[in-house]
Design a protein around this ligand. Structure first.
Ligand SMILES: NC(=O)C1=CN([C@@H]2O[C@H](COP(=O)(O)OP(=O)(O)OC[C@H]3O[C@@H](n4cnc5c(N)ncnc54)[C@H](O)[C@@H]3O)[C@@H](O)[C@H]2O)C=CC1
Ligand SMILES: O=C(CO)COP(=O)(O)O
Length: 389
């Protein structure tokens, strides 16, 4: 490329990035500031609630300051967790040693937390979502909008469904998604990271200043340490977020066996291929570029396989020979490794749709986790099934 072309290209990139900064910093207001609630208070639930509450405090023209966070109540040394959060302003069990904003208010009553909300941010391990939304039915504002920060799928009689679509179907409100390379402990410590928010503007959009749109979502989630890109591809970011947890289990198996970085990289390579294939096969509306351009794609795969809970659980499974469920209990102190649930659900779906052989890594992870297939068989399972294909 000629030097002048390179110069022009650089100046294009710079002006694009300046436009990006401009739009993220433009003033966005609402006719009536939006009330935001968070459903969930685990490791990521509390971290996102912190992010959101910091923004609502700084933007009174757009959001009501107080953010309610629903907490699945439990006693910590005889004191309710909600009481500890509201007095000590720390979630001592799921996000210890992180100070939370005082305008973040913990509440054990799900309906009281969400009934007045204009924006509901869902952030619970996905095995609990069904029960939560069934309790919320008919109890929230019909005009509310939602964002799901969960990573997983709903698999049932209707096939495989995105969790955001499940929320929309069950509650009748538009639901987008937030997903990215975001290990909660790092975001909570305000170490810089990126994320992707995806949201489709619904047909009943009430207009700028009256309803949630991409600019409002950027204002809600973007922080100096948490950079947000807002796009339309809800399916792409949700598929990547759910399936990277399955790949991370595979990565943990080879790591725990002591096979080193080459093996871990091989699992991630195969995993990325299967993630993209899954998206194209079952959610053709998802965009392939989302997987490599967005934080929710390959970047999330890398961070999770480097240091997430799923890779840690699988590594420990390999080292101790214990089941995934047992290791989760032993090392996560009540947190969840979602790959254990997701690999089972993905298997159910692939089996019922006749596609197990198209996804040898996902299938191998399932068989190792639940059917006692030895981990050392993993390379040959991927290879043999590749040959069948
Ligand atoms: N932790 C992380 O680094 C990240 C997590 N995610 C995703 O966010 C979602 C939420 O994860 P975390 O907040 O980390 O949760 P977590 O893994 O910390 O789970 C603990 C939470 O589950 C709740 N819980 C336990 N039993 C329950 C029940 N029967 N009903 C309702 N809630 C119950 C606990 O009260 C606690 O709030 C998951 O889908 C996860 O994959 C996404 C990005 C980062
Ligand atoms: O989704 C995550 C990072 O983006 C967290 O991954 P783990 O659940 O494996 O910790």
């Amino acid at each position: 490329m000629a030097a002048t072309d390179r110069l022009n290209q650089t100046s294009d990139i710079l002006s694009q990035s300046m436009r990006k900064t401009d739009s993220s910093m433009s003033v966005v207001t609402a006719e009536s500031p939006y009330k935001v609630s968070v459903v969930g208070s685990g490791n990521w639930g509390t971290t996102i609630a912190k992010v959101v509450a910091e923004n609502t405090k700084e933007k009174p023209d757009l959001f009501q300051e107080d953010v309610n966070m629903w907490v699945f109540e439990e006693q910590i040394d005889g004191t309710p967790l909600t009481q500890i959060i509201n007095t000590k302003h720390q979630n001592v069990k799921y996000l210890p040693n992180i100070d939370l904003p005082e305008n973040l208010i913990a509440n054990p009553d799900l309906i009281a937390t969400t009934k007045d909300a204009d924006v509901i941010v869902f952030n619970v391990p996905h095995q609990f979502l069904g029960r939560i939304v069934s309790q919320m039915k008919g109890q929230i504002k019909p005009t509310a909008r939602a964002v799901s920060c969960l990573k997983g799928f709903e698999v049932g009689p209707k096939g495989v469904q995105l969790l955001s679509d499940y929320v929309t179907q069950e509650l009748g409100i538009e639901c987008g998604a937030l997903s990215g390379a975001n290990l909660a402990p790092e975001v909570a410590k305000e170490h810089w990271s990126e994320t992707t928010v995806a949201y489709r503007i619904p047909d009943d959009f009430k207009g700028e200043g009256k309803d949630i749109d991409h600019r409002v979502l950027k204002q809600l989630f973007h922080r100096p340490y948490f950079h947000v890109n807002v796009i339309d591809d809800v399916a792409g970011i949700s598929i990547a977020g759910a399936l990277k947890n399955v790949v991370a289990l595979g990565c943990g198996f080879v790591t725990g066996l002591g096979w080193g970085n080459n093996a871990a990289a091989a699992i991630q390579r195969v995993g990325l291929g299967e993630i993209i294939k899954f998206g194209r096969m079952f959610f053709p509306e998802s965009k392939v570029e989302t997987y490599y351009q967005e934080s929710a794609g390959v970047a999330d795969l890398i961070t999770t396989c480097s240091g997430g809970r799923n890779v840690r659980v699988a590594t420990e499974m390999a080292k101790t020979g214990k089941s995934g469920e047992q290791v989760e209990k032993d090392i996560l102190n009540g947190q969840s490794a979602q790959g254990l649930v997701t690999c089972k659900e993905v298997h159910q779906w692939l089996e019922s749709s006749g596609h197990t052989e198209d996804f040898p890594l996902f299938e191998a992870v399932y068989q190792i986790t639940y059917e006692n297939v030895p981990m050392k068989e993993l390379p040959s399972m991927i290879e043999e099934l590749d040959i069948v294909e």
